[in-house]
Write a new protein. Structure first.
Length: 290
């Protein structure tokens, strides 16, 4: 998230050695055993690059189709129906995209752990943010979730209509964002946020913004932590779309501890930040410029 003070958007052993361990931090779940990606063979790099760009083009075309349908449906569907249909359509669309990419062998995603959260109402889900693909990975498995989005993305022609139909929450007004998020949680929805506010630029994680904990406090909603593990720098901050990364590009999602809301939401923010810092995998080139 870009609104001030609110969140939108090496090995685990190395992090553990560099970070003092508190009781809370020691509870971080074990990281996935991901292999370090290797450069594609020289003769295969042009083919791999073309395949990766084709997958991104397919994603853009599918997003355009969904948004055309959403543009037609948004004015005519009741709010509750549009909210439910919009979120389910986006989730199923992203799951279809990950199925489409699987035979290429370039992108590998293990996110089945999220299925345990699928039907849990009134839950704030927070995750680290190493890549532009993060929201797609999580939403694909969480069809009842709402995203807090940058206001500029809500005006993006590839995203706007679908986001409006799904009643995603813009961050242009801190007060309005909190109010809408609390109301959505009280209606049984789920809220997906990246407390770093942008993709990770300072290893192991950026400083957390406290908006998620404030929302949880007012909604009386538990906070579920989710770790996104990767050794790949692909689509991290400063990574251009056209650049071919080491292959394969692997992501793994694991569930962390669930925290209860607290009156002192600032203290809770710092506690959860320390918890992530103790358990997150640091991808290469995580320290790029904002």
């Amino acid at each position: 998230m870009s609104a001030r003070g609110f969140g939108s958007e090496g090995s685990a052993e190395g992090v553990a050695q560099a970070t003092p361990r508190t009781t809370t931090e020691a509870a971080a779940p074990a990281a996935a055993d991901l292999r370090l990606p290797a450069p594609a063979p020289l003769l295969l790099r042009p083919l791999a690059w073309l395949a990766l760009q084709a997958q991104l083009l397919a994603l853009a075309l599918a997003s355009s189709l969904v948004n055309i349908c959403a543009f037609v449906l948004y004015p005519v569907l009741p709010r509750a129906t549009g909210r439910r249909l919009g979120r389910a359509t986006i989730a199923h669309g992203y799951r279809g995209y990950w199925r489409f990419t699987r035979p290429f062998g370039l992108l590998r995603l293990e996110a089945e752990a999220l299925d345990a959260l699928r039907d849990v109402p009134g839950l704030v889900i927070v995750a680290n943010h190493p890549s532009l693909l993060d929201a797609m990975m999580l939403v694909a498995r969480l069809p009842k979730s709402a995203c807090v989005m940058k206001a500029s993305l809500m005006r993006n022609p590839f995203l706007a209509a679908g986001a409006l139909l799904a009643r995603y929450i813009p961050n242009d007004s801190a007060h309005g964002m909190v109010r809408q998020a609390v109301a959505d949680l009280r209606e049984g929805g789920q809220l997906l946020m990246f407390p770093e506010g942008t993709r990770t630029t300072h290893a192991p994680i950026n400083t957390f913004q406290p908006g998620f904990a404030l929302i949880a406090k007012h909604a009386k909603a538990p906070i579920q932590t989710v770790f996104i593990d990767t050794h790949s720098p692909y689509l991290g901050k400063g990574w251009p779309l056209w650049r071919l990364p080491p292959l394969p590009i692997e992501f793994s999602v694991r569930l962390g501890r669930r925290f209860e809301p607290r009156a002192d939401h600032e203290a809770l923010t710092r506690e959860i930040e320390a918890y992530f810092a103790a358990g997150v995998i640091v991808p290469p080139q995580a320290g790029g410029a904002r």
